[in-house]
Structure formats: structure tokens, C-alpha cells
Design a protein around this ligand. Structure first.
Ligand SMILES: [Zn+2]
Ligand SMILES: [Zn+2]
Length: 341
């Protein structure tokens, strides 16, 4: 099959012929219709944090091409699916709770040589992780279910009261998705703080009720001017050092900070403002199976319209160049790969 292969930090993805993957027992082979480029793929490529030969891609949708042994009769060739891109132990506390992404043995598709990802014509997935795409949820949306499920899960962690005032720090794909689902969950004000104008515009299309530019405006003063008070819930979706501290300072009395942005560096916070306001700080990691199902249902019922997140579709020929360009100040949000192009 054709695939985009990572070789080393600083060198572009290489489009190559590689052996087709084969579904093990309990797995299916999926013909990839769309795969999403994720910020974590860009980070890993930049840091060289993957083995040479890794094929990225944990956001995907397509049709089942082959059903492996021991998969039962629920799934057939031709079924339209996406999947939680994970393999887990199946018998720990997290797995028992359906919180598979918290399994200590979790391995993500597209991060190791053993389980190649969906920047390719075909990808395998455990049958236990499959999610059916109903009519009304196309492959473009299907490949965005994974990042949307991250956002949906984060909003769930906030235990939002209807009418709440929410501040979202950062409007990349995850922040934009958080704005979408916070509004869907009944927040009255969803104010998004974001440096890039194109991302602010997109946040407004997705459900933000107001946007602000933290480079030009005082975030606390502007939020108070819009809503009449301090944020009850803050979603930290930027994942940079100093952001949790900023959120702690901005949050109102007994507010909640939900940390969604993944910061891989050391970060420090000054706890005092948190004490003085009796804040709660929660972390949100990936998703449960039920988050995937809820996102698919919400799109199928037309309750949310995530389409503005999708800003481009590329084939393999354009992929290496586009992939590198996304590292800089890019106007794109979610770029999808179409392996058939
Ligand atoms: Zn991702
Ligand atoms: Zn487990």
C-alpha cells in the first residue's frame, strides 16, 4: 500500500510503498477514506519522538475491507466505521470502567512500528474499538470524531451548569471543539481567547458567543465586560507552560479549570489564588467509548455542525509539504488526507 512514512525529525514525510497491514484475531482491516492530521503528530515529528518507519494517523474513517478471525458477526465488509485508535489490556480498572484511554498498557495507533496509523491506504483496528458511522455522518466528519471526542470528554469533565459562563483558552482543533460542545451543553457565554484571527473567526462559526485577542486585550476585563462576571469554567486548550497559572488567576469564585492542552514540559503554578477562590482543577485525557458514540449521535441528529473545522483535504502527493507547513502559523484547522487522491 501507499503510506506516508516518518524517518527523522526535520526530514519530510516520505511517500512509499509499504507492506499491507493484516488484521490479527479480533481486528478488522479498514480501507482509509479520510485521515486527520493532528497537532500531536506534528509535535512527535518535530521532536523525533517516534521510531524511523512510523506511519502516523490516529484520526480516521473508512470502510471495513476484511474482518479478522474471532470478530463475531456484528461487522461486515463495506461497513462505514471509525474507531478509538487504541489497543488496551482489557482487564484493568480503567478498562473495566470503559475508560480505555487511561489503561496503563494503552498503545495508540500510529505511534509505534507495531500498529501503523492511517496516513496510509489501510489501517487495522480492534473490533472492540469500532464505532459505526450512520448515514448522515460522512467520512470527513468520521475522521474528525476522535478530536471531537477529546473536546466532548473535556466538556463532560467540567460538569457545566446550564447557563454557565465559559472561557476557552486557545482555539486549535481541540479548543474549537470545546467551544462547540460547551455551547451544545447549555453554556450561555462561551468566550474564546485566541491569538490567530482565522481561528477566532472559526470559533465563532462553531459556537463561541464571543472571541478576544489575548495579545491585544486584557482577558479578565474583556470577559467581565461581555458576561458581567469572572469565568465559572475555564478550558485550557493551548498546552503551553504558564497557561494553567493564567487559568487559575482568571477563574471566578469556586470556578473550575479543565486542563485539556497537553504540555510536555515542566510547568509551575502558584497555588494561592486557587486556595483563595476554592478552585477545582481537572485534567481531561482523551475519551471513553461513550464519548465517541455521543459525538457521532450529535452529528447524525444535526445537533452540532463541526464542518467548519475541516479546512482542507490533501492527497499523498501534497501531504509532506502541507504537513511541514502546519507547524508554523497556519490558517488551517483540521486538514484531512484522502489516500485515493
Ligand atoms: Zn489527535
Ligand atoms: Zn487496561
Amino acid at each position: 500500500m501507499r503510506a506516508a512514512v516518518f524517518h527523522a525529525a526535520g526530514s519530510p514525510l516520505s511517500i512509499e510503498q509499504v507492506p499491507d497491514p493484516h488484521p490479527a484475531a479480533g481486528e478488522v482491516l479498514i480501507k482509509v477514506a479520510r485521515a486527520g492530521i493532528c497537532g500531536s503528530d506534528l509535535q512527535v515529528a518535530k521532536l523525533g519522538a517516534a521510531a524511523p518507519g512510523t506511519i502516523f494517523g490516529h484520526e480516521f474513517a473508512g470502510r471495513i475491507l476484511e474482518v479478522g478471525a474471532g470478530c463475531g458477526s456484528q461487522w461486515r465488509t463495506g461497513d462505514a466505521v471509525t474507531a478509538l485508535p487504541i489497543r488496551v489490556c482489557g482487564h484493568c480498572e480503567a478498562c473495566d470502567e470503559g475508560a480505555h484511554a487511561l489503561c496503563p498498557s494503552v498503545v495508540f495507533t500510529g505511534t509505534t512500528l507495531a500498529f501503523s496509523g492511517a496516513y496510509a491506504q489501510y489501517v487495522t483496528a480492534p473490533v472492540a474499538m469500532l464505532q459505526r458511522l450512520p448515514s448522515g455522518v460522512g467520512f470527513d466528519e468520521g475522521a474528525m470524531i476522535e478530536p471531537l471526542a477529546v473536546a466532548f470528554h473535556a466538556v463532560g469533565r467540567a460538569e457545566l451548569a446550564r447557563g454557565a459562563s465559559v472561557l476557552v483558552l486557545g482555539a486549535g482543533p481541540i479548543g474549537a471543539g470545546v467551544a462547540l460542545f460547551a455551547r451544545h451543553a447549555g453554556a450561555r457565554h462561551v468566550v474564546v481567547s485566541e491569538y490567530f484571527p482565522s481561528r477566532r473567526e472559526r470559533a465563532l462559526m462553531l459556537g463561541a458567543t464571543a472571541v478576544l485577542d489575548p495579545g491585544a486585550e486584557d482577558v479578565a476585563a474583556r470577559f467581565a465586560a461581555i458576561t458581567g462576571h469572572a469565568p465559572k469554567v475555564i478550558f485550557e486548550c493551548a498546552g503551553k507552560p504558564g497557561m494553567i497559572q493564567q487559568a487559575v488567576e482568571l477563574a471566578g469564585l469556586r470556578g473550575r479549570v479543565v486542563v485539556v492542552g497537553l504540555c510536555l514540559q515542566e510547568d509551575r503554578i502558584l497555588p494561592l489564588p486557587g486556595f483563595l477562590k476554592e478552585l477545582s482543577i481537572s485534567f481531561a485525557q482523551c475519551y471513553h467509548e461513550r464519548d465517541f458514540a455521543a459525538v457521532i449521535d450529535a452529528i447524525a441528529r444535526g445537533e452540532v455542525a463541526p464542518q467548519p473545522m475541516h479546512t482542507a483535504t490533501v492527497g499523498f502527493d501534497e501531504l509532506p509539504e502541507v504537513f511541514d507547513s502546519l507547524r508554523g502559523a497556519s490558517p488551517h484547522c483540521k486538514v484531512l488526507i484522502d489516500p485515493a487522491r
